[in-house]
Design a protein around this ligand. Structure first.
Ligand SMILES: [Zn+2]
Length: 587
């Protein structure tokens, strides 16, 4: 058992130079953001072994050996976990506090007590006649005993047998009280906390059982009862199934967040391992941070009814505040992940996950469906509901994309919306976002960047759109740097070389896709817009030149200006002509 506190371990992990450390054992060569080498574990000669500094992990694409910097030392040099942590800490210059040779972790008795209880509860579920009610209940949810046993499910009987059993194992009452497994009644007698319940063991990230979630069987309140907070169990800082899911989360680069234990269990049994659930409460900032340590992207898979949606968007904002990318998967009405998994299996769930949309987009969809964007007051109310999500987005690119999208959807000027997001009231409009009258959503009327975005979205659809866009537009014409970077990388088939910021934009665009938009129409509008902008630049250049030319040359430049201007009006009548600073030619 390690004596090193978890937060110190995390600190060491963060500080470790994984490339330098692994590079002492294999010859790493840079490939984009990652490093490659022949695998030191299965002894290959090809560069199938990757070190991914961004994630602090290594992975072999042939033998699937993988892990973090600690795992590398354990696997390569046969160290145990604490030794590996100390070795990495030494290299990173981090001092690990020593507790001395005779100072065991004071929480050790609690871990042991909860582990002993978990074993005993699991045996009750298998063997006790009284647990027939629990076994029958599992059958109604189409779960075999054999299937749930490896997951450690248990049964807490109604009587006091638990007290005697723990006494028989030599676990003291004070320890059981501190571990939250016993409660002291008013008359001073002790009673088991969990009675007549099906128990889900809850693990910490190091895979130790630290508490339980118990579902009532038959009549009784509450339906779910958790362990109380103890020195080893903090319900706001743990996620159900994270100890299993974390590896899959790193591999899949996503986490699926569900509401309940059964939902998590169903997905996990269906082979979708990267699933976690909060412990019966709304998602806390600490839980969002936990998710972020293991995956950059979260798909929320909650019920689609009103309370489910509220919980979805609350969790979504919490995750955005941690800088995560957040999508929402939508279940058919009346289904939860558990029932859907029973009916349609992994394929059915994957289908739903595949259709997940960005959390802001989902909010817009719902507001749109309820008719919010149809009226001016409705648009104001819609904005009020969208603003918290924009504000929650910590990642600057996500925020930029969100502002553009909401400006489009609500017909608001982007700069005004930016001010409102920044919390600065605009004096002229009394702090209200001023709504523009025209412009269909998704058209290039709102922003030049919409046209740029449309072009990049088209490129991401693959051929023939990619070639058509590359032929029509030069990357330098894109003014928004992340779009330009994505444009160039897609054109050059070099997406892996994107820096973090642009990679994020890429992922978001990829996730957004064209939706129901018509690619031909999008292409037409976007290319026209770019052409109009080109012509406008020509006009500006002509304006700059004019004062320095001879009268004859000026006359010919003015003629040229008129030609360009007519072309501009013809190409794109709604282009922002009226707003041009320099006015129409000849005036
Ligand atoms: Zn290998």
């Amino acid at each position: 058992m390690s004596l090193i506190p978890d937060d110190v371990i995390e600190q060491v992990r963060e500080a470790a130079d994984i490339v330098g450390i692994i590079g002492e054992h294999v010859e790493l060569r840079r490939t984009g953001a990652d490093y490659r080498a022949p695998c030191p574990f299965h002894g290959g000669t090809h560069r199938n072994f990757a070190v991914i500094p961004r994630k602090g992990m290594f992975y072999c694409f042939v033998c699937h050996a993988g892990g973090d910097v600690f795992t590398f030392f354990m696997k390569k040099l046969g160290m145990d976990y604490p030794t590996a942590v100390r070795e990495v800490a030494r290299r990173a210059g981090i001092t690990i506090p020593e507790r001395g040779p005779s100072g065991p972790d004071p929480r050790e008795p609690l871990y042991s007590a909860v582990a002993a209880a978990a074993d005993w509860f699991a045996r009750q579920l298998r063997e006790s006649p009284e647990a027939q009610v629990a076994r029958d209940y599992l059958t109604t949810r189409h779960l075999d005993l054999e299937t749930v046993q490896p997951l450690g499910l248990g049964y807490a009987p109604r009587n006091k047998a638990f007290l005697d059993a723990m006494k028989g194992l030599g676990v003291r009452d004070e320890v059981l009280l501190e571990a939250g497994l016993l409660a002291r009644r008013e008359d001073g007698t002790l009673a088991p906390r969990f009675r007549g319940r099906l128990l889900f063991p809850i693990h910490d990230v190091r895979a130790r059982v630290v508490g339980f979630g118990g579902r009532i069987l038959g009549e009784g309140e509450p339906k779910y009862l958790n362990s109380p907070d103890t020195p080893i169990f903090h319900k706001g800082k743990l996620l159900y199934n994270l100890h299993v899911a974390k590896h899959a989360m790193r591999k899949a680069e996503r986490a699926i967040l569900v509401e309940g234990y059964f939902d998590a269990l169903r997905l996990s049994l269906a082979g979708i391992e990267e699933v976690v659930a909060p412990l019966g409460t709304g998602l806390t900032p600490e839980q969002a941070q936990l998710v972020k340590r293991h995956a950059p992207h979260v798909i929320l898979l909650y019920d689609s009814d009103e309370p489910g949606l509220r919980a979805t968007f609350r969790a979504g904002d919490e995750l955005l505040r941690e800088g995560l990318r957040v999508s929402v998967a939508t279940l058919p009405a009346g289904e939860d992940p558990d029932t859907l998994g029973q009916k349609k299996g992994a394929a059915g769930i994957e289908e739903i996950l595949k259709d997940a949309v960005d959390v802001l987009e989902r909010k817009i969809q719902i507001l749109d469906r309820k008719g919010f964007f149809g009226t001016l007051p409705g648009r104001r109310r819609a904005l009020d509901r969208l603003l918290p999500t924009i504000r929650a987005a910590k990642d600057p690119i996500t925020r930029e994309l969100y502002i553009s999208r909401v400006a489009e959807a609500a017909g608001v000027r982007k700069d005004v919306l930016e001010r409102e997001v920044g919390g600065q009231a605009d004096r002229r409009t009394g702090g209200q976002v001023k709504l523009l009258s025209g412009g269909p959503p998704d058209g290039p009327t709102a922003l030049p960047s919409s046209a740029e975005k449309a072009l990049v979205l088209l490129m991401l659809e693959g051929e023939p759109w990619k070639s058509r866009v590359v032929d029509a537009v030069d990357p330098e014409e894109l003014e928004f740097p992340p779009y330009r970077a994505v444009f160039e990388s897609v054109a050059d088939d070099a997406v892996l070389a994107l820096d973090d910021t642009s990679a994020r934009a890429y992922e978001q665009l990829k996730a957004e896709g064209l939706g129901r938009r018509d690619p031909n129409e999008m292409y037409e509008l976007a290319v026209n817009w770019m052409e109009a902008r080109r012509l406008e630049r020509q006009l500006e250049q002509l304006d700059d030149q004019l004062p320095f030319e001879s009268p004859e040359r000026q006359a010919s430049l003015i003629a040229e200006k008129r030609r360009v201007f007519d072309e501009l009006r013809k190409r794109y009548p709604r282009y922002k002509i009226a707003k041009r600073r320099r006015g129409a030619p000849g005036t």
